[in-house]
Design a protein. Structure first.
Length: 172
């Protein structure tokens, strides 16, 4: 299998952009930009994200008592880039508050899911984290999400669906 072509095919799947944050056992703030976030279960309330095994934050994330999935707004592209670089100054100038069990909550995220670890599964060169949501919030504003598609950031161009067709007869 050609890895480049595989990556390109995967990039056809548009996603939102999140930053997963946590407080390490030694009291250090952890943060990673993550598009692998997804919904899993309503009852119990579970979400997932997968972390590359080479990530410097991996061990701290595995040990953390809690983490927050921060869904980014369109205006937070710089924050996404800042938290995608493996460096010690990811948190420079970043506004946040203390969330569940000390996990940082990023200010101006359009939604946040505060989680406790539920399970962690091996997934090839990634580890799949399942988090049990203990708390969530959405922003009061009509802020637009930051999207990621074909390796670039995008915004929601506007409604392009026939609204009369909704709700569709699907469980989503
Ligand atoms: C748009 C975007 C999405 C990303 N999604 C993921 C992801 O889902 N899982 C992951 O492990 N790394 C992902 N990364 C890369 C990590 O953000 C980056 O490797 C990480 O912040 C480095 O963390 P470290 O300092 O712990 O090594 C993504 C990067 C970008 C720019």
């Amino acid at each position: 299998m050609d890895e480049r072509q595989f990556r390109n095919a995967l990039a056809e799947y548009a996603t939102g952009v999140t930053i997963v944050t946590a407080l390490s056992k030694s009291g250090e703030k952890i943060g990673m930009t993550m598009t692998s976030f997804n919904t899993v279960s309503l009852d119990p309330p579970l979400v997932l994200f997968s972390v590359g095994v080479k990530a410097l934050s991996l061990d701290a994330l595995r040990e953390a008592d809690a983490y927050v999935v921060n869904i980014l707004a369109r205006t937070q592209e710089n924050l996404s880039n800042q938290f995608a670089r493996a460096s010690s100054d990811k948190w420079a100038g970043v506004h946040h508050t203390e969330g569940h069990k000390g996990a940082p909550r990023l200010t101006n995220a359009i939604a946040q899911f505060e989680c406790e670890p539920y399970a962690c599964h091996e997934g090839g060169d990634h580890l799949i984290f399942l988090g049990r949501v203990v708390n969530f919030r959405t922003s009061d504003t009509a802020a637009e999400p930051l999207l990621f598609f074909r390796g670039r950031y995008h915004s929601v161009a506007g409604p392009r669906i026939d609204v009369d067709a909704w709700p569709l007869p699907l469980h989503y």
